[in-house]
Design a protein around this ligand. Structure first.
Ligand code: FE2
Ligand code: FE2
Length: 215
């Protein structure tokens, strides 16, 4: 396993991975870019709208927790330094998404999913499994994930309360970022994932969405 992260011994690596997991799940990692909704006035939503918007933003926050888990898991076993760098760079932008969604959840008087440790752990394991199949698969997994997230953000932009412009601004920026992540992974040599992998990923994410809307 010496190819994994040659600069670190196994204990160092374990500490780095643990720190990343704790930061994502329990910490409040700062965004490196300004919040896209920073200049958008907030409006008071009625109670049912507020609860619906919070449910959707909790799903999006969980999606970003999963993205961190996936990319860190994939990066841990990536063979080529370029692939690892690509994954870690994408994870940095996902940190912005994570921070923006967390902030919006607070504004909506709500909280992240209580199951975030589970979502992160499951996604990390999935990332490691995908990554062990080789870098083409690794990048193919990124493309499929980002395309599915992009489609799901479109759904949320349809169903979010019209007045919730702050959430909308955040999702629009996330959607543009996810599309770019998919394109960059395609250019870096992603392979197309065979059936039934994309369908299984879609089924797992439907389950996640149904649970995260409430818990
Ligand atoms: Fe994201
Ligand atoms: Fe992304």
């Amino acid at each position: 396993m010496a190819f994994l992260q040659p600069r670190f011994n196994p204990i160092d690596r374990m500490l780095v991975e643990t720190q990343r997991a704790l930061d994502t799940v329990f910490g409040n990692p700062p965004a490196s870019r300004p919040n896209p909704a920073a200049d958008t006035p907030d409006v008071v939503l009625d109670e049912s709208e507020r609860r619906h918007a919070a449910g959707l933003m909790r799903i999006n926050h969980v999606g970003e927790v999963c993205a961190q888990g996936l990319y860190f898991g994939q990066a841990a076993v990536a063979r080529e330094p370029e692939t690892r760098a690509h994954l870690l760079e994408a994870a940095q932008e996902e940190t912005d998404h994570l921070a923006w969604c967390a902030q919006r959840l607070r504004e909506l008087d709500s909280r992240p999913s209580l199951l975030n440790p589970l979502w992160y752990g499951g996604s990390y394991a999935l990332g490691v499994v995908a990554g062990l199949r080789g870098d083409g698969w690794n990048l193919g997994f990124v493309v499929e994930t980002e395309r599915q997230v992009e489609a799901h953000l479109d759904d949320h932009l349809q169903t979010l309360p019209e007045a919730d412009r702050r959430s909308r601004d955040i999702l629009q920026q996330m959607k543009a970022d996810e599309a770019r992540h998919a394109e960059q992974a395609e250019q870096a040599g992603a392979r197309v994932l065979p059936w039934p992998v994309p369908s299984l990923m879609a089924a797992a994410s439907s389950l996640m969405k149904a649970v995260a809307y409430r818990v």
